[in-house]
Write a protein that binds this ligand. Structure first.
Ligand SMILES: NC(=O)c1ccc[n+]([C@@H]2O[C@H](COP(=O)([O-])OP(=O)(O)OC[C@H]3O[C@@H](n4cnc5c(N)ncnc54)[C@H](OP(=O)(O)O)[C@@H]3O)[C@@H](O)[C@H]2O)c1
Length: 302
């Protein structure tokens, strides 16, 4: 895979966790890390899909250093079970890629009371990161996988689960969850800096890539057919390039945001990109971080 527009660090012997590593962008992230000699934990909600993914990976590289662990990131209890299981084998984390995600779907609240897209795309990853934080290596990287969809997001911090019963749309909820990824990454970067940590909080978006993401809730969305036409734009492998840059770029800075350089940031080489004005609002990011600690009952110990 091309990573040639920056100086690349080796991942040899690093411990890398990729959530949703059995499919799409996560799968190519796992492949890259294995290929580079890392110990990789594929965190997957389906053991069957993870085993199928392992078979695919085995046709490309050695899978000796691959560990499959069960994680349903939409469930806080599953997150805690995952962390306990992880710690039976591993003592620290070098790179955490919070990649798992869902898009669209009808309104649904999870067992923890969160709206489903926000639970999967943000709250589970927030709790996972907080729980693993004490085990992060000094030069660890924590990577959120956001989306250009964040640019159209609106967020009412008092209605995170649409408690008033108004305003839920599949697109709106997805966009909001991807804004959450940026707020989390930026607020974490600020806190890491304030506490003189050398850990980096990074965030990426993959542009638009042909993955299963678009095909799970098919038929329900008016834009579905249009997206199907757009799909040939970029492969999942190319969509992984910003994540790969966040893992490898020796010059990556705490708080960096990487995405594709092409037209409308739909595809291309990974470069530094700009978040929306709302995403760059550090006051709201800070409030959202604190609220996420409260709602997930987890705390970052810096
Ligand atoms: N593809 C794009 O164009 C695009 C654009 C912008 C952002 N993104 C972001 O990229 C990330 C990866 O998506 P993708 O495009 O590679 O889609 P994908 O092929 O559908 O992969 C998503 C992964 O997340 C997993 N996942 C979903 N819900 C989960 C849960 N509750 N617990 C654990 N794992 C769960 C999926 O598991 P299953 O295989 O079991 O479903 C799958 O492994 C997402 O965060 C997405 O928002 C993608």
């Amino acid at each position: 895979m091309k990573k040639s527009n920056y100086s690349s660090q080796s991942l040899k012997d690093k411990i890398v966790i990729v959530t949703g590593g059995n499919s799409g962008i996560g799968l190519y992230t796992v492949l890259d890390a294995l290929h580079d000699g890392a110990y990789v934990v594929m965190a997957s909600r389906s053991m069957q899909k993870a085993e199928e993914a392992k078979q695919f990976l085995a046709t490309k590289t050695s899978v000796e250093r691959l560990t499959i662990l069960s994680l349903d990131v939409s469930s806080l209890s599953s997150v805690q079970t995952f962390v306990q299981t992880f710690l039976k084998t591993f003592q620290h984390v070098d790179i955490l890629v919070n990649n798992a995600g869902i898009m669209f779907g009808d309104y649904h609240r999870t067992e923890d009371g969160f709206e489903r897209q926000m639970a999967t795309n943000h709250f589970g990853h927030f709790a996972l990161t907080a729980s693993l934080f004490p085990m992060m290596a000094k030069d660890a990287r924590i990577i959120q996988v956001s989306s250009i969809a964040h640019k159209r997001a609106e967020m009412d911090l008092n209605q995170l689960a649409y408690e008033d019963g108004k305003g839920y749309t599949p697109w709106g909820a997805y966009s909001r969850s991807k804004l959450a990824n940026l707020w989390f990454a930026f607020a974490l970067a600020d806190r890491l800096k304030a506490h003189n940590h050398t850990i980096k909080s990074l965030v990426v978006h993959p542009g638009v890539s042909k993955t299963n993401l678009f095909f799970k809730e098919k038929g329900k969305q008016p834009l579905y057919n249009l997206l199907k036409i757009l799909m040939p734009l970029q492969s999942a492998e190319k969509g992984a390039l910003p994540t790969l840059r966040a893992m490898h770029d020796v010059d990556a800075r705490n708080g960096d945001f990487f995405g594709p350089e092409g037209l409308a940031e739909f595809g291309g080489k990974a470069v530094r990109v700009q978040a929306s004005r709302l995403a760059q609002n550090r006051l709201l990011a800070d409030q959202f971080f604190t609220l996420s600690e409260t709602l997930t009952k987890t705390e970052f110990i810096f």
